[in-house]
Design a protein around this ligand. Structure first.
Ligand SMILES: Nc1ncnc2c1ncn2[C@@H]1O[C@H](COP(=O)(O)OP(=O)(O)O)[C@@H](O)[C@H]1O
Ligand SMILES: C=C(OP(=O)(O)O)C(=O)O
Ligand SMILES: [K+]
Ligand SMILES: [Mg+2]
Length: 568
């Protein structure tokens, strides 16, 4: 498909893509600075209002998805025209939307820059704010031809501090005595006082325990308990940020007393989930999952309330309990997130890389998409270039062939959201290319995931098709799939060429956006493969996306067929 590069059309997207400068090595950062899980919000105060966000109204006479013969994402289309099939990006990108990126023009810049999924973190902002952001993403999709999916991330009910009475951060100095309390205070908060959200806190801690803020951004020692108040001396100074996570440790181990019994999904989370269902989000990411049971419960709750919807449930792996039940949790979920921020507060940091690799591999075995999250480019919250170590971290996640990489503070409240996304994009492209060149056809024994004989046939077809695609050097695999299952089975094989996934449903199409190497299209098709193929070829040819002579493998989940052909 190299020749497709010559058919670069002069769309604004293609132009922008073509003039984007390649990722260049970062300039030295002036000094090494603290890299906590959360950095203070000290950068922008231009947080948009709900009315700013709706300044992008749905087009009343707009073209809706079903009126068009084929829907393809405008950003991918530009990339395909520019670079040809074989070098399209396979690793998907998730951006957390926050005050720095919630305006329609800011969201559009992220979509143009390759955002596949927009994540909304329900720990912050109110529902009105999130509603406006979700609707802005939807308008962007409808009016500008993007296919950005929306992921809602629940707050969860682990122990955390309150919101510091409105301050963006406070500094705790060595030797200072602070009060951590479950009492509710009038504002302003008394000096050196921190509110704790968990009622059992004062009862569960003991004098001598160590209290860690955000896995070590600051440390305290418990020196005295007075009713609901726990007096602590700061032993490691640091910045305290609103709603920072708290863990307490005794004799070198994390203490899980009754807080282990906190519900994974709090009552506030259930209201947020109802809100997510009403707004039709594509993914719900569940924080601090402890068992498969909670995932099964949520999935049946969603199924009962949103008939026919494809809302997917992503399990965030970020606690010790989730590691104990890892395989069962992943089997019950539609995907997983390696949430390294909180995980790094619960297990020693040096264990996080091997846990990441284990989760990524297990998800691939079980055919579930996996997102690697937190601190990938943390320094870019403040600086326009990443550190070498951050680039190496991103590369490692791409090399592990995770489905997706995620930006948190970098895109939510950082100074350089577009630059951070562009670094993820260029590092992904480069590492994927290197992998294809150097490690061709690396064999990974994939275990069978099918539960019926018919599924087994689909699975074998996909395994064979991926092998053939690599052996023949085809330009693309085309898969016609109603539920998306056959597309995900192909993605699991991580073939050397992209997979064009045609599906009849807009929600399946958005959901497939999270999966490695899939380019999802919405298209009405029949059971007649020959006519499907002819129609698809002529639609894609007319848009300059394929050319006569291109070699493709075509699959369908209706006929469970496999064909190799040149585009006529
Ligand atoms: N909807 C929002 N409203 C305001 N601030 C937000 C929002 N989403 C994210 N942020 C900011 O971006 C930071 C990074 O986001 P994220 O990593 O998702 O949250 P957290 O730090 O709580 O894990 C947050 O600490 C917060 O300061
Ligand atoms: C992604 C994570 O969750 P959150 O940002 O909601 O804390 C994490 O802890 O890494
Ligand atoms: K969250
Ligand atoms: Mg977390």
């Amino acid at each position: 498909m190299a020749s497709a590069a010559h058919s670069l059309l002069h769309t604004p997207e293609a132009h922008r893509a073509a003039t984007r400068s390649p990722f260049s090595p970062p300039a030295p950062t002036p000094f090494l600075h603290l890299r906590p899980h959360r950095l203070p919000l000290r950068l922008r105060s231009t947080s948009p209002t709900a009315s700013d966000l709706t300044a992008f109204p749905p087009n009343p006479n707009g073209i809706f998805a079903s009126d068009r013969p084929i829907d393809v994402d405008a950003a991918t289309e530009a990339e395909l025209r520019e670079n040809g099939f074989r070098s399209t990006r396979r690793t998907k990108l998730v951006c957390t939307v926050g005050p720095a990126t919630s305006r329609p023009d800011q969201l559009e810049a992220l979509a143009v820059g390759g955002m596949n999924v927009a994540r909304l973190n329900m720990c912050h902002g109110d529902r009105e704010w999130h509603r406006a952001a979700i609707r802005a993403v939807r308008s962007l999709n409808e009016e500008k031809g993007f296919a950005v999916a929306v992921m809602m991330d629940t707050e969860g009910s682990e122990i955390h501090m309150g919101d510091l009475g409105g301050a963006s951060s406070v500094k705790a100095e060595d030797g200072e005595v602070w009060t951590f309390s479950v009492r509710s205070f009038e504002l302003p908060l008394p000096e050196r006082t921190i509110n704790v959200n968990y009622d059992g806190f004062a009862e569960d801690v003991r004098v001598g325990d160590e209290l860690l803020v955000d896995g070590g951004m600051a440390r305290f020692e418990v020196i005295e308990k007075i009713g609901p108040d726990v007096k602590c001396r700061c032993t490691d100074p640091g910045l305290l940020l609103p709603r920072a996570n708290l863990t307490f440790w005794r004799d070198g181990s994390i203490v899980r007393e009754r807080n282990a019994m906190l519900p994974t999904i709090s009552s506030k989370d259930w209201l947020d989930i109802d809100f997510g269902i009403a707004e039709g989000v594509d993914f719900i990411a569940v924080s601090f999952v402890k068992s498969a049971e909670v995932i099964r419960h949520l999935k049946s709750y969603i199924a009962a309330r949103s008939r026919g919807s494809d809302m997917a449930v992503i399990a965030k792996i970020e606690s010790i309990d989730s590691l104990k039940n890892l395989e069962e949790i992943i089997r019950a979920s539609d995907g997983a997130m390696v949430a390294r921020g909180d995980m790094g507060a619960q297990v020693p940091l040096e264990q996080v890389p091997s846990i990441q690799q284990k989760i990524v591999q297990l998800c691939r075995q079980l055919n579930k998409p996996v997102i690697v999250a937190s601190q990938l480019l943390e320094s870019m919250i403040e600086y326009p270039t990443p550190t070498r170590a951050e680039v190496a971290d991103v590369s490692e996640a791409v090399r592990q062939r995770a489905d997706a990489l995620m930006l948190s503070g970098e895109s939510a409240m950082g100074r350089y959201p577009d630059k951070a996304l562009s670094v993820l994009r260029s590092v992904s492209l480069r590492i994927e290319k290197w992998w294809r060149e150097e490690k061709r056809h690396e064999a990974l024994e994939l275990r069978s995931v099918s539960s019926s004989f018919s599924d087994k046939i689909s699975e074998e077809i996909c395994n064979s098709a991926a092998k053939m695609a690599n052996g023949l050097g085809v330009d693309a695999v085309f898969v016609f799939t109603k539920t998306g299952h056959m597309a995900s089975l192909l993605s699991r094989c991580r073939p050397d060429c992209p997979v064009f996934a045609f599906t009849t449903s807009t929600s399946v199409r958005r959901r497939l956006n999270l999966q490695w190497g899939l380019i999802p299209f919405r298209l009405a098709f029949s059971d007649d493969m020959e006519s499907n193929l002819n129609r698809t070829f002529s639609l894609l040819k007319a848009r300059g996306m394929i050319q006569s002579g291109d070699l493709v493998i075509a699959l369908s989940d209706m006929l469970q067929s496999i064909q190799v052909m040149n585009v006529p």
